[in-house]
Design a protein around this ligand. Sequence first.
Ligand SMILES: CC(C)(COP(=O)(O)OP(=O)(O)OC[C@H]1O[C@@H](n2cnc3c(N)ncnc32)[C@H](O)[C@@H]1OP(=O)(O)O)[C@@H](O)C(=O)NCCC(=O)NCCS
Length: 165
Amino acid sequence: MKLPPYPIFPTLSGETISLRQIVAEDIKDLIEISFYDGIQATSVQKATEMQTKINLDYANGNSIHWGIADKLTNKIIGTCGYYRGLDKGAGELGCILLPNYRGQGFMTSAMQLAIEFGLNTIKLNRIWAITTKTNEKAIQLLEQLNFIKIADLEDNEIEYELRTN
Ligand SMILES: CC(C)(COP(=O)(O)OP(=O)(O)OC[C@H]1O[C@@H](n2cnc3c(N)ncnc32)[C@H](O)[C@@H]1OP(=O)(O)O)[C@@H](O)C(=O)NCCC(=O)NCCS
C-alpha cells in the first residue's frame, strides 16, 4: 500500500485530459461542481473553504481528489478521486464533470487513469462507487468501466464494484 500524501502530488496523463492538483486559480470555474459532505458550493469563498478541507483530507491520507484538465487549455473540466476507504485498503471512486463537457468520453478516460493509479500505485484491494438508481449516465459510465452492481442501498442508492478479474 502506498497511501497519500505523496512527496509530489501525482499528475496522471491521458490522451486528451490529465488528472492534476487543483490550484487557487481553478476554483472560480469549479463552483457548481464543488461538493463537500453532500453540500454544493455557492460562491468562490465556499468552494475555496471546501478545497481547504479536501487538501487536509489528502494530507491526512484519507482521500485523493484530482482536477480533470483539458490538455489543450489546462482548464479544469471536472473532478474525480478516492474519497473513502483508504484506511481499509479500498477506495470509493467519485466523479463529476462540468455540464458542457459531458457526453464526450472525458470521464471514461479520467476514471481509467484513476483506476490504474488506485490498483497499481495505491494498491487498493477494492474499488467501489455509489450512485442512485436513476443516475443513468453514472451507471452507463461505471458499467463501461467494468463495474458491476453489488448492492441496493437505502435512499434509492446502489453500490457498484470494479471487477478486476
Ligand atoms: C456521471 C458523469 C460524470 C458521466 O459523464 P459522461 O459525459 O456521460 O461520461 P463520459 O465523459 O465518459 O462520456 C460518455 C459519453 O461520451 C460518448 N463518447 C464519445 N467519445 C467517447 C470515448 N472516446 N470514450 C467513451 N465515451 C465516448 C459516449 O458515447 C457517451 O455518450 P452518451 O452520453 O451520449 O451515451 C456525468 O453525467 C456527471 O458529471 N454527472 C453528475 C455527477 C455524477 O452523477 N457522478 C457520478 C457519481 S458515481
